[in-house]
Design a protein around this ligand. Structure first.
Ligand SMILES: [Ca+2]
Ligand SMILES: [Ca+2]
Ligand SMILES: [Ca+2]
Length: 406
């Protein structure tokens, strides 16, 4: 990949971190009945029971980072020597310092969120928003700058037209008794197409939408048993069909789409991959890589591309494209795992960057395939993707992947 200066750059991040013992030592030995032993090494979803615990033992009580090196966003100068076939060479010039990109270049490459003019004075403000139970967005088009919703009780919205350090309370409203503000996954998006951003919240058993101009409830759709809301929640605006709210529970095994139709928020479809919320007993996976909603197969209908495992009780990965309107799988690629997507050939439609995964583990390397819809357009027998996914935006987030309020 090359930028306008002709400098090759891999928009990939490889953060090498070696921790001297990523161990949470409790300081004293406990027996197995307490699920904690001396020097135990936690490991994400280690075994089939997803206990996240391994039998490996260690004795390191104070983990330290020995060294780390961020290899992302480096600029390399390539020296190309023309020639016939094998005579042609291309090498990196080791004599030049490999400096990280500056702030401007990081923003230009999409590796860093651009600074936002919080108070609307025309100059970007260096402060980044903080707080997990807040939502920043341009909610109020008639007020300078951006606004912040605080999810407490009462719920409050502040504006900053008087300065970053002088928030003005625009409204506050008691939250409904059913709204547990702790376990919510909020996004700021115009979910009803009226031109104003709404406060959209995924919860245990529902999606609720609040009017950002006064904090009042606008829509509410209760449609599922109380399953964990951790996971992906996004508003996707299809140019022809309007906005969809899409939720995929990475831990709770569900996928669904909702839309405002005839003044009501309605559930369009819902798939529950496991009949209950017993996380440790689940045998299926469903996860959606960032931004994987769009028309990937060119049929003029948007789909959500979800990596699923064992949803057909076959012990296999299936990359499934769920039609947003109907929930029907219009793409089904067995033994394929999606890592990302990009418009490789510049035709305006994004191709799917995948890896063949014939078994449950997703190996670091494997056969790579690029799909255009369900058609393979490129493959490599053994390699790996090195993709960088920048952090979710802190301002105007219309998509988020969350592990909930934990
Ligand atoms: Ca709206
Ligand atoms: Ca499509
Ligand atoms: Ca393309």
């Amino acid at each position: 990949m090359r930028n306008k200066h002709g400098v090759g750059l891999a928009p990939a991040i490889l953060l090498l971190t070696i921790c001297l013992g990523c161990v949470s030592h409790q300081g004293k030995e406990k027996n197995m009945s307490n699920q904690t032993v001396r020097g135990e090494w936690p490991s994400p979803a280690y075994d089939r029971g997803r206990t996240s615990r391994t039998p490996a033992m260690g004795g390191i009580s104070k983990p330290e980072i020995a060294w780390q090196l961020d290899l992302s966003a480096r600029q390399y100068y390539a020296v190309v020597t023309p020639g016939r076939e094998a005579e042609e060479t291309c090498r990196l010039d080791p004599s030049l310092p490999l400096e990280p990109l500056d702030e401007t270049a990081l923003v230009q490459w999409g590796l860093k969120e651009p600074p936002v003019d919080v108070d609307g004075d025309g100059k970007p403000d260096p402060k980044s928003p903080q707080g997990r139970r807040t939502l920043w967005a341009k909610f109020l088009p008639d007020i300078k700058g951006v606004q912040r919703v605080d999810f407490g009780n009462p719920m409050r919205l502040y504006s900053f037209e008087n300065g970053v350090d002088q928030p003005r309370l625009v409204w506050e409203t008691p939250i409904p008794s059913w709204l547990d503000q702790k376990y919510i996954v909020p996004v700021a998006a115009d979910c009803d197409g009226d031109g104003r951003k709404d406060i959209c919240i995924a919860r245990w058993n529902e999606v609720a939408v609040f009017d950002a101009s006064n904090g009042q409830q606008k829509y509410r759709c209760v449609y599922r048993p109380g399953v964990r809301p951790y996971g992906f929640f996004a508003c996707y605006n299809d140019p022809k069909r309007g906005p969809y709210l899409v939720a995929v529970g990475h831990r709770a095994g569900h996928a669904e789409a909702l839309a405002v139709r005839n003044g009501e928020l309605k559930l369009l479809w819902y798939h529950q991959f496991d009949p209950n919320d017993a996380v440790t007993l689940r045998r299926t996976c469903a996860e959606i890589p960032r931004g994987s909603i769009g028309d990937f197969d060119g049929d003029d209908r948007p789909e959500a591309m979800v990596n699923t495992f064992n949803v057909f009780k076959d012990g296999r990965w299936h990359l499934i494209g769920y039609d947003l309107e109907t929930g029907k799988p219009n793409i089904d690629l067995p033994d394929v795992h999606l890592w990302g997507h990009a418009d490789i050939d510049g035709d305006g439609r994004e191709e799917l960057l995948t890896q063949v995964c014939p078994r449950r583990p997703r190996g670091t390397c494997g056969e790579l395939r690029i799909y255009k819809g369900d058609k393979v357009v490129w493959s490599h027998p053994y390699a790996r993707w090195s993709l960088f996914s920048p952090p979710y935006p802190q301002f105007n987030p219309d998509e988020v992947s969350s592990e909930g309020g934990r």
